[in-house]
Design a protein around this ligand. Structure first.
Ligand code: ATP
Ligand code: MG
Length: 316
């Protein structure tokens, strides 16, 4: 039995197909990532899971059941926008959430203290939420979702907007929740490092659709281990891509984030030929690197689009 199972979900807003053929199987006990750019449909799927919206068609099962009120109590959602009240203290916010879930007062007070300690907010217990730093606010948002001891925890972009140190702290919190709460965690992100460091499995989501699923290693192996990254001005790559692909040993060429990604066997040995070709086409090289494949490179190869930027809106 899967913690979450969706088959062929479809969701359309006026003139916009937001999810289509959206199928996913999330095993219990895993940290599972949905990695995709702005507008890919990640939050839409989460709103459907949380019962805030309904799919137009397709089947959804949570812990093997079609979700009703009882099953939805086993989920805790930390939404993309912080959902606590700024005027309440950290502790009061947690008690407020506990009451929404019908928890008894002595039980909820104990749980609130436990979570504040676990999430590094113990000293801020009686501080109004409005006065917390950005990283603390994200952790409080998460604590609210954990109050009722959910078996499935959903984190919608837990670290967007956080500085690198707060981000790493959040990653440690997520890992410790997996261990201590023995829960399944579904998180969305558009940071490949986040998906790679935290997730047992990842689904690439683009334009309302799951493009590919696998472990981080498996997804990265979609492209060869090595390739060249080249940046030049003026960057008129389209007219030379075909010629670069003809160079012996070059497997695949894509353009993303204003760079040429050239997948090749023994990538370093192709530098001479590629440099010559760019020079002949009046391109001035400003950066050239041999590098290891990343999750974003795999995403680009599969979708032709990067993970950043809001241009990737869903249309069909
Ligand atoms: N209530 C709505 N009415 C109309 N369109 C909507 C609505 N909610 C979402 N959309 C559209 O559906 C698409 C997917 O949005 P969604 O918020 O699920 O993306 P996302 O992957 O979470 O993106 P982000 O990384 O920016 O949070 C977008 O094009 C968005 O504009
Ligand atoms: Mg979103």
């Amino acid at each position: 039995m899967y913690a979450i199972e969706a088959n062929d979900l479809e969701k359309t807003y006026p003139k916009k197909i937001t999810l289509y053929n959206f199928s996913i199987r999330i095993p219990a006990g895993e940290i599972y990532g949905l990695l995709g750019p702005n507008g890919a449909g990640k939050s839409t799927f989460i709103r459907i899971l949380a019962g805030l919206e309904r799919q137009d068609s397709g089947e959804l099962k949570i812990l093997g059941e079609v979700p009703g009120k009882k099953i939805r109590k086993t989920i805790g959602v930390a939404p993309q926008e912080n959902s606590f009240h700024n005027l309440l203290t950290c502790f009061e916010n947690l008690i407020y959430y506990a009451e929404l879930y019908g928890m008894k007062r002595n039980e909820s007070e104990k749980r609130a203290d436990e979570l504040l300690d676990m999430l590094g907010l113990g000293e801020k217990k009686n501080v109004q939420a409005a006065w917390l730093s950005g990283g603390m606010k994200r952790r409080l948002n998460l604590a609210c979702a954990l109050m009722h001891k959910p078996k499935i925890i959903i984190l919608d972009e837990p670290t967007t907007g956080l500085d690198p140190i707060s981000r790493i702290r959040m990653w440690n919190v997520v890992r410790s929740i997996k261990e201590k709460e023995k829960a399944t965690i579904l998180l969305t992100t558009h940071y490949m490092e986040e998906a790679e460091t935290l997730c047992d499995q990842i689904s690439f989501v683009n334009r309302g659709h799951i493009v590919r699923t696998g472990t981080p290693e498996k997804l990265k192996s979609i492209i060869g281990k090595e390739f060249l990254r080249v940046k030049s001005t003026p960057g008129n790559y389209q007219k030379i891509i075909q010629n670069i692909e003809k160079i012996e040993g070059v497997k695949h060429v894509t353009v993303a984030n204003e760079e040429l990604l050239i997948e090749a066997k023994n990538a370093a040995s192709k530098i001479g030929a590629i440099t010559r070709m760019l020079n002949e086409n009046n391109e001035n090289i400003i950066d050239l690197r041999v590098s290891q494949a990343t999750l974003e490179d795999a995403f680009i190869k599969l979708t032709g689009a990067g993970l950043k930027g809001a241009k990737n809106e869903t249309t069909k």
